[in-house]
Each structure stands twice: as structure tokens, then as C-alpha cells.
Design a protein around this ligand. Structure first.
Ligand code: ADP
Ligand code: F6P
Length: 329
């Protein structure tokens, strides 16, 4: 831990893909800062707003009535200019003129990479809060938004199963996760999917076909295949093409859940972890613990240096794959 700098003014922003619970985190950051007598600023549209000087002072009332809302009141963006030193210089000038000398960044690993660069360029204390539905960040058991997203997926897949069962159909359901299979893994297990295809494992399409043919023989016609969008085989559309051609008698349908998984009112768990992480983000800045991501592991707050947080990914253990295989037989 460094010698604590005098933090008098903190900016908070949301960046990258939004996730349910970001508002709860903003609320916690703002109210904890105000409690300590710190000036609080909301930066709109992530790093883009920092460059464009879209920065507003926040009071306690600014974050009233948002804990239950999905999306982010600060809006979010992806910002090309921030990859360049010139962009970051503009952003820093806008912070400096207001006296903002601490930052809380709520986002995914891309946003943390930006924060790391920024803190290295200008020696400004930054704290990252893991806000992503993908749950693909190491150093934390939870990311803000994952629980809501996965429950949305579960609710949808349960509904699909009802109609699949009524018609004896095989459904290939695509869930979000360009680089990460956590939504597919958790929602697939929780809905009793026969197959779960994720980016972290090479899709064994022949294995899937063989297993479906064997099930067809024993007249098990209702089957659910949950595919992460980035599974490596081409998502639900490509998987369904192969399944249709190799099982001509199967009644195959595709359902892509899409961005519905990113919206909606956050679950209790997401509100809780967002509130807890938001509180600790400010406390950590004040204690002189900078350039770390706040995570929760084994129900304890864990601080991971941003350098490490941007490199390490959560791994999906082999045991999960075994569980899927045994339970879906
Ligand atoms: P996420 O935070 O959800 O992973 P992105 O990967 O889109 O989202 O990153 C969000 C933003 O963070 C980018 O649009 C960019 O402004 C900033 N960023 C990401 N990587 C870097 C980097 N290497 N250098 C500077 N800024 C970065
Ligand atoms: O938030 C993460 C994520 O949902 C990925 O799983 C997905 O591929 C990506 O965002 C899509 O984001 P967008 O549609 O905003 O580009």
C-alpha cells in the first residue's frame, strides 16, 4: 500500500458493456464518498465522457431511486480515443481542472486495461469494480450483473423447455458470452441442458451428434443445447445446421436470447455485491490502496492489482464438464 494521497474529489464512471447492478455500485460509491466529505463527480459515457468533459457533480439525491434499475444512469461507451496517449491527456486535463484526484471505474477487463494505462500515465489513483455479465474476471467469485443475466437466461430457457416438451423438439439456445462460457455453463446446468458449448472448450460436434442419435434411438426427443455466442463453432445457427443435417427426423429450432440478458432489474445478489464493492472502492482509495480491483472471494473483500486483473481470466474447471455429462445422460 502506498502512502495515502489526500483524496478530495472522486470521479466515477461505467465503461464497456453495461451490466445490471452498475447503478447500485454508482450509488454506493457516491454515497460513501459523500459520507467522507469528498466531492463526487459522475462521468458520463465512460472514457468518452472523460475526454469530452461530460462530467457532473453528484449529490446524494443524484443516486436516489436507482438501486433497482438495470442499465447505468451514467451511460457507458467504448472509446477508441482512450487507447491513444493524446486522448488520455485530454481526459486527464478535464479531471485536473475540477481537482478530481481519484477514479472508480466500473467495467470489464478492457476498462481495467484503460484504467491501468491512465494511472501509469498520470499517477492518478484508480479503483476497478468488476461490472460484467460475463463473469470472466479473476480475483472475484462474483461480477456485478452476472447473477441477473444468468437468471434471465434460466427463466427464458425454462419457458423454451415448456414448448419444446409440448412438441417434442430439440432447441439450440444461444446465450451471451463472446469470450466466456459462464452464462452458458450456469444456465445450462440449472435448466438441465443436454449439451453446453462454451468458448473455453473446443466444441466436439461429433460427440454432440453421436449423443443425440443415441437419445433418438431411445425416443428421447426433447433436448436442449445451450451454446455461448463465442463457442468457436459459430454459435447456435452453425450448431443447428449440423444437427439438422445429421438428425433429419429431429424437429430443431434455434433461439438466440441476445441482449435481453444485459438488461432488467438487478437481483438481490447483484445489488448486494455492487453495494459492498462500491463502499470498499472508496474506503480503499482513502486508505491508500490504489490501482486495484475490488473483488469478493470466499465472502471476503479481495484486492487484486489491476496489472494482474487484466491478465488473469477465471478458469472453468474440468469437474464442471464431468458434472454436465453425468447429469445430462
Ligand atoms: P469491457 O470493459 O466490457 O471489457 P472493452 O474491452 O470494450 O469493455 O473496453 C472498454 C474501453 O476501455 C475501451 O473502449 C477503451 O476506451 C478502454 N480500453 C480498453 N483497453 C484499453 C487499452 N489497452 N488502453 C487504453 N484503453 C483501453
Ligand atoms: O457484456 C459482455 C457481452 O455481453 C458479451 O458477452 C457480448 O459478446 C458483448 O458484451 C456484446 O456487446 P455489444 O453488443 O455491446 O457489442
Amino acid at each position: 500500500m502506498s502512502e495515502p494521497k489526500k483524496i478530495s474529489s472522486i470521479g466515477v464512471l461505467t465503461s464497456g458493456g453495461d451490466s445490471p447492478g452498475m447503478n447500485a455500485a454508482i450509488r454506493a460509491v457516491v454515497r460513501t464518498g459523500l459520507y467522507h466529505g469528498i466531492e463526487m463527480y459522475g462521468i458520463t459515457r465512460g472514457y468518452a465522457g472523460m475526454i469530452d468533459d461530460d462530467i457532473q457533480k453528484m449529490e446524494s439525491r443524484s443516486v436516489a431511486n436507482i438501486i433497482q434499475r438495470g442499465g447505468t444512469i451514467l451511460k457507458t461507451a467504448r472509446c477508441k480515443e482512450f487507447y491513444e496517449k493524446e486522448g488520455r491527456e485530454k481526459a486527464y486535463a478535464n479531471l485536473k481542472k475540477r481537482g478530481i484526484n481519484g477514479l472508480v471505474i466500473i467495467g470489464g477487463d478492457g476498462s481495467f486495461k484503460g484504467a491501468l494505462k491512465f494511472s501509469q500515465d498520470f499517477d492518478i489513483p484508480c479503483i476497478g469494480l468488476p461490472g460484467t455479465i460475463d463473469k470472466d474476471i479473476a480475483g472475484t467469485d462474483f461480477t456485478i450483473g452476472f447473477d441477473t443475466a444468468v437468471n434471465t437466461a434460466v427463466e427464458a430457457i425454462d419457458k423454451i423447455r415448456d414448448t419444446a416438451d409440448a412438441h417434442d423438439r430439440l432447441f439450440v439456445i444461444e446465450v451471451m458470452g463472446r469470450d466466456a462460457g459462464y452464462i452458458a455453463l450456469h444456465s445450462g446446468i440449472a435448466t438441465g441442458a443436454e449439451h453446453i458449448l462454451i468458448p473455453e472448450r473446443k466444441t466436439d460436434i461429433e460427440g454432440v451428434v453421436a449423443s443425440l442419435l443415441e437419445k433418438e434411438k431411445r425416443r428421447k426427443l426433447v433436448n436442449m443445447i445451450v451454446v455461448a455466442e463465442g463457442d468457436g463453432f459459430g454459435g447456435a445457427e452453425e450448431v443447428s445446421k449440423v444437427v439438422k443435417s445429421r438428425l433429419p427426423n429431429a424437429d430443431v429450432r434455434v433461439c438466440i436470447l441476445g441482449h435481453i440478458q444485459r438488461g432488467g432489474s438487478p437481483t438481490c445478489l447483484d445489488r448486494l455485491i455492487a453495494s459492498r464493492m462500491g463502499y470498499h472502492a472508496v474506503e480503499s482509495l482513502l486508505e491508500g490502496r490504489y490501482n486495484v480491483m475490488v473483488g469478493i472471494q470466499n465472502n471476503k473483500i479481495l484486492y487484486t492489482p489491476l496489472e494482474k486483473a487484466v491478465k488473469a481470466k477465471q478458469k472453468i474447471g474440468e469437474q464442471w464438464m464431468r458434472i454436465i455429462k453425468i447429469l445430462a445422460s
